[in-house]
Design a protein around this ligand. Structure first.
Ligand code: UDP
Length: 350
């Protein structure tokens, strides 16, 4: 594998939450990075600090449409193609389910074509959602999952499952090298205020002094991984020379009830908010926790950032965002940020 600035990494979805942190980490490793994003859920603000970065390029394109022509033609071949391009929060991916499913299927196919044509190593961001509402706990990679193929989450879950199938057929046919990460709930700075997921919702609600929305009883669990840990895992996955080629879970095995998470955020922010219980979404998984034995063995990776530390950084990020957007006291700033974000989301293609 080449090192330094000769190595080019393509990051599809590089303007997104995890993608933009990956872009930063790859640049810090001395690579050239080409980001592809359609800016549906990715945000230019996540890349603003790279405006004058000579080792960074941006292609505004949708991987659904075709393999990225400029990269297919380029004499400079990428060493890696990372696919992080897909809306990942339930409200966002359900807003245009057809686009979500095709992003995973057509988009992954197009990026595999790019990897095949250039000899790049392909890295797929898969998801714990491929386990659905799991009957096995914690989830190991050899569990085939419990997914409703006709429900509202299917566009994401089944799209990601089909994408894994494409990648493993690509490997079986010896068309190139590929790695698959199954990413569990991840949080941190650069999540959207309107992302709709529990961490961003609870933090923005607490900072605004609004009611904290808990879906169902709040007894359901998730295991939250701080984004820096996750990105370190993705890079380790892209680099390892172990012969193992199956999918690998990346996540933090520390499991917590959603209600308890909300309580911790309320405590940390000193919010006066009260809990408002809302209906549990259809097919919402009851429990989720990664078994990371494989990641520890193959990648020598495990997460190190405790929830309290990661939450503090994320709270600080959302508070600063609100201030910067509005130059207003925190509560009003957050409300204004939400309005700005929802206006952006309402724009065609937004
Ligand atoms: N959730 C909640 N309040 C919110 C947003 C989400 O109680 O404002 C719940 C949601 O129903 C789920 C858990 O928190 O049980 C995690 O949801 P999220 O959307 O963050 O991730 P995913 O369901 O994809 O794991």
């Amino acid at each position: 594998m080449k090192n330094g600035h000769e190595t080019i990494a393509v990051v599809a979805g590089g303007a997104g939450f995890i993608g933009s942190h990956l872009v930063d980490a790859l640049l810090a490793e001395g690579m050239r990075v080409v980001c592809i994003d359609n800016f549906r859920t990715g945000r230019i603000e996540n890349l603003r600090h790279l405006e004058r970065e000579p080792a960074f390029d941006l292609i505004d394109a949708d991987i659904i449409d075709a393999p990225p022509a400029k990269l297919m033609r380029s004499a400079r071949k990428p060493g890696f193609v990372f696919n992080l391009a897909c809306a990942a929060s339930p409200p966002h991916y359900q807003a245009d389910p057809e686009h979500t499913l095709l992003t995973s299927v057509m988009g992954t196919h197009h990026l595999l074509q790019l990897a095949e044509a250039t000899g790049a190593r392909f890295v797929q961001a898969s998801t714990s959602e491929i386990y659905g509402d799991p009957e096995i706990h914690p989830q190991r990679e050899n569990y085939w999952g419990h997914v409703n193929p006709t429900g509202p989450r299917a566009c994401y879950d089944e799209g990601k499952r089909a994408a894994e199938a494409l990648v493993f057929d690509f490997l079986r046919a010896r068309r190139g090298d590929a790695r698959v990460a199954r990413i569990f709930n991840t949080y941190g700075p650069r999540m959207r205020a309107d992302d709709g997921r529990v961490v961003s919702n609870v933090i923005t609600q607490a900072l605004a002094g609004d009611d904290i929305t808990i879906y169902g009883s709040g007894e359901q669990t998730r295991s939250f991984c701080y984004v820096d840990d996750l990105v370190r895992g993705l890079i380790a996955l892209s680099r390892h020379d172990n012969s193992y080629r199956g999918a690998i879970n990346l996540g933090n095995p520390k499991e917590i009830k959603v209600l308890e998470l909300a309580g911790r955020v309320v405590e940390m922010t000193g919010a006066q908010s009260t809990i408002a219980f809302r209906p549990l979404p259809v097919d919402d998984p009851r429990r989720r926790r990664p078994d990371i034995t494989l990641a520890q063995r193959v990648l020598k990776w495990r997460p190190t950032v405790p929830l309290a530390v990661g939450l503090a950084r994320t709270i600080a990020y959302f508070a600063a965002e609100a201030e910067a957007l509005a130059h207003l006291p925190t509560g009003r700033g957050i409300r204004q940020a939400r309005q700005i974000e929802s206006r952006a989301a309402a724009r065609p293609g937004g």
